[in-house]
Ligand binder design. Structure first.
Ligand code: NAD
Ligand code: UFG
Length: 338
């Protein structure tokens, strides 16, 4: 029996492949490589010493997906495949809804056809919108999203809740990630954004390696510890291990399970910059710019429910996150094309 990983060549998917293989699971990967590289899979194979059945296919293509389900005995699906750039989603919303919402529905249809009912879905803290209070618990209101990407995650959550309510065979785990950063400690795999990074950590890493001139800090007038935005950064390996814990915990457990996967600690933009400066051993240029539209002041998780139910906890520090990112970025300045 294998676990099917959609989007397994991507940033979080590739790290999760390693943790699953190291925990003894067999895996199969489907990815259309629209935001990733085959090289990531090769490196996962080299790091684990295992070969991974890989299909370059789109989750929206039922024929291709049927072939995958026919060729392997799939027991569960971890569903990472999707588009994730907030700004881009406002420019091409139909593409986002098609990939993220229609893609998930088509995946669920093929699963039903093959009598596979266990799905772990990559959701996001973005479903909470601008939270009234922090830390955020799973029972806080969702849906006040501010962009098509966020709404696509919220819509998929609601769709899966409806399917679960209609048929008690389904076993859905919705994992709401906070801000995944860092890389595998080997420095062999990591985040490899195409074009100008939208997210803070890859941007800082590219400044450190000389690919970008300076960091723009989007706003220093928030009501936070130093005026810059506060987020819950979680090491991607901790996040990957959270998936292993979720799959194991709910292996035989139909129903709907929802977890925040975060560290529970809020760090500011300037704190992340300072931590990165320590990791790379140089000071990094930055300038204060106006707030980025749609940004919120503060967002961090109450991870205690996941800790209790999954016997899992994010344990890696911000220093480990920036050290590991620097190892990856300095060793692979052009990502997988280096
Ligand atoms: P990523 O872009 O690195 O990985 C997504 C992978 O899915 C890529 O390899 C891409 O090629 C593939 N893909 C996209 N559409 C596909 C399709 N239609 N068919 C087949 N493959 C497809 O992104 P990531 O950071 O690893 O994120 C993984 C998941 O986690 C996404 O669903 C994302 O929305 C969610 N998420 C990410 C973050 C974050 O900050 N990285 C935060 C919250 C949630
Ligand atoms: N920031 C900068 N400069 C940059 C990039 C970011 O100052 O160049 C700041 C932002 O203003 C924010 C913080 O750094 O205060 C984090 O920004 P990111 O873009 O890295 O992350 P977000 O919290 O905005 O969004 C991320 C993912 C979303 C996801 C959300 C909640 O990109 O997909 O976390 O999980 F929905």
């Amino acid at each position: 029996m294998s676990i099917l990983i959609t989007g397994g060549a991507g940033y979080i998917g590739s790290h999760t492949c390693i943790e699953l293989l190291e925990s003894g699971f067999d895996i199969v990967v489907v990815d259309n490589l629209c935001n990733s590289s085959r090289e990531a899979m090769k490196r996962v194979e080299a790091l684990t010493g295992k070969s991974i059945p890989f299909y370059e296919a789109d989750i929206r293509n039922p024929e291709a997906m049927t072939e995958v389900f026919k060729a392997h005995q799939i027991e569960a699906v971890i569903h990472f495949a999707g588009l994730k750039a907030v700004g881009e989603s406002t420019r091409i919303p139909r593409t986002y809804y098609d990939n993220n919402v229609t893609g998930t529905l088509k995946l669920v249809e093929v699963m039903e056809q093959f009598n596979v009912h266990h799905l772990v879905f990559s959701s996001s803290a973005t479903v909470y919108g601008d939270p009234a209070i922090v830390p955020i618990t799973e029972d806080m209101p969702t849906g006040a999203t501010t962009n098509p990407y966020g709404r696509s995650k919220y819509i998929v959550e609601e769709m899966l809740k409806d399917i679960s309510a209609s048929d008690n065979k389904w076993n859905f785990t919705l994992l709401r990630y906070f801000n995944p950063v860092g890389s595998h400690e080997s420095g062999q795999i990591g985040e490899d954004p195409k074009g100008i990074p939208n997210n803070l950590m890859p941007f800082i890493a590219q400044v450190a390696v000389g690919k970008r001139e300076q960091l723009s800090v989007f706003g220093d007038d928030y009501d936070t510890k130093d005026g810059t935005g506060v987020r819950d950064y979680i090491h991607v390996v901790d996040l990957a291990q959270g998936h292993v814990a979720a799959v194991k915990t709910h292996q035989q457990d139909a129903g709907l399970h929802i977890y925040n996967l975060g560290s529970g600690t809020g760090s500011s933009v300037l704190e992340m910059l300072q931590a990165f400066e320590k990791s790379c051993g140089k000071s990094l240029p930055y300038s204060i710019q106006p707030r980025r539209p749609g940004d919120i002041a503060e967002c961090y998780a109450d991870p205690s429910f996941a800790e209790k139910a999954l016997s899992w906890k994010a344990s890696r520090t911000v220093e480990t996150m920036t050290d590991d990112t620097w190892r990856w970025q300095s060793g692979n300045p052009n990502g997988y094309e280096s």
